[in-house]
Design a protein around this ligand. Structure first.
Ligand code: SF4
Ligand code: SF4
Length: 364
């Protein structure tokens, strides 16, 4: 039985959607009230109710703050799953994106360029890579002593140089690197939309590929892929999650030459790392070693991307970003580092490609 929200309002202080809109119905407290009315049969599954549930980044900040540890994003996600068949035509941009990721993964580079031409993908700050990363590398044979890279869509289609950088670092650390070419999208976007059929199909494909490879560990350059590979039950049940390591935790104690950074630098916490896995110390330790680190979000602060959220609510996404931008500018940081591809896209879109970098970029 779900705990009942006592309407104390503690969560309002941290919810990025509520802070950007000031609307009670969009706050965790408001959403919990509506969910409870729906569960009691007093509220129909109207379009307005379904849209309200879509206006959540699933960032997890409300759960961390809640006196009863109510998992509001989980409640919202369960309902999104049950509403998905009716929802997809209203969330057509995100639906299209997740279908492209799921069904045309190998051909996605072509589709992305086509959509950019049609001006249908506004949150992309840069052109898709001329050639997907996975088509640039040779296939890996099964090897239990290797470290496998889960590439993720962002690196595969937009930032292939990060994939190469990770290979170089792992090789310099004397690891045997394995990158199965048949891997696909982790399925997070499908999952957050509530399209469980697609999320499961993608997970099954990755489970088959990585189980056959049987690596010692799996590492991914994307914090959101890390979160999904760690927490989606099919990955857990197949033993994949137990092998997944977070990139900053993996690198923090390694002896790797650093790039020379003389400017002030700051860290942007991906919500998936900060609020779902409480990982925030290691990236700061790494940045402190690399240059003049300045804090711009001691408690973490959402950038407003949220994957499908930015596609469904571009104006609200920008409004949430503006609050993040204010804290970044107040820190006087010249460069901003992060490790989530969604955050990277959002920050580069609004702050410029040159100022925003991936944590791998601190290494020489
Ligand atoms: S998960 Fe994040 S966006 Fe959603 S209600 Fe909670 S704090 Fe707000
Ligand atoms: S903090 Fe928890 S109990 Fe309090 S209003 Fe928010 S969801 Fe409800």
């Amino acid at each position: 039985m779900d705990k009942t929200c006592i309407k104390c309002g503690r969560c309002l202080a941290v919810c990025p959607v509520y802070k950007a809109t000031g609307q009670e119905r969009l706050s965790p407290r408001g959403k919990n009230s509506l969910i409870e009315l729906f569960q009691e049969g007093l509220l129909p599954s109207s379009l307005s109710f379904r849209k309200t549930l879509s206006a959540c980044i699933l960032c997890g900040q409300c759960t961390e703050r809640c006196v009863l540890s109510i998992n509001t994003p989980d409640r919202i996600h369960k309902l999104r799953t049950s509403f998905w068949p009716q929802q997809k035509r209203h969330l057509y941009r995100a639906w299209l994106a997740e279908q492209l990721l799921a069904s045309f993964h190998k051909e996605l580079g072509i589709w992305l360029r086509f959509l950019v031409l049609l001006n249908q993908i506004k949150p992309l700050p840069i052109s898709p890579a001329p050639k997907p990363f996975l088509s640039q590398i040779s296939s890996s044979s099964p090897s239990p002593s290797s470290i496998a890279i889960f590439v993720g869509c962002g690196v595969n289609f937009i930032y292939p140089s990060l994939g190469q950088k990770l290979i170089n670092i792992l090789t310099a650390l004397n690891h045997r690197v394995a990158i199965p070419q048949e891997q696909t999208c982790c399925g997070l976007m499908a999952y957050t939309l509530g399209d469980m059929q697609t999320a499961l199909k993608l997970a099954q494909k990755n489970i088959a590929v990585f189980s056959q490879l049987n690596p010692e560990a799996i590492i991914t350059p994307c914090a959101s892929c890390y979160h999904h590979l760690k927490t989606f039950p099919p990955y857990q049940e197949a033993g994949i999650s137990a092998k997944v390591v977070e990139i900053s935790q993996f690198l923090v104690n390694k002896n790797i030459p650093l790039a020379s950074l003389s400017e002030k630098i700051t860290w942007h916490d991906p919500c998936h790392l900060r609020f779902h896995h409480q990982i925030w110390k290691e990236p700061r330790t790494l940045l402190n070693r690399a240059g003049h680190f300045v804090e711009s979000s001691p408690q973490g602060q959402c950038c407003g991307h949220g994957g499908s959220f930015a596609l469904n609510f571009p104006d609200l996404s920008k409004e949430i970003f503006n609050r993040r931008k204010k804290a970044i500018e107040e820190s006087k940081a010249k460069f901003i580092f992060t490790s989530c591809m969604g955050c990277l896209i959002q920050l580069q879109l609004h702050l410029g490609k040159e100022r925003v970098r991936h944590i791998l970029d601190i290494f020489a």
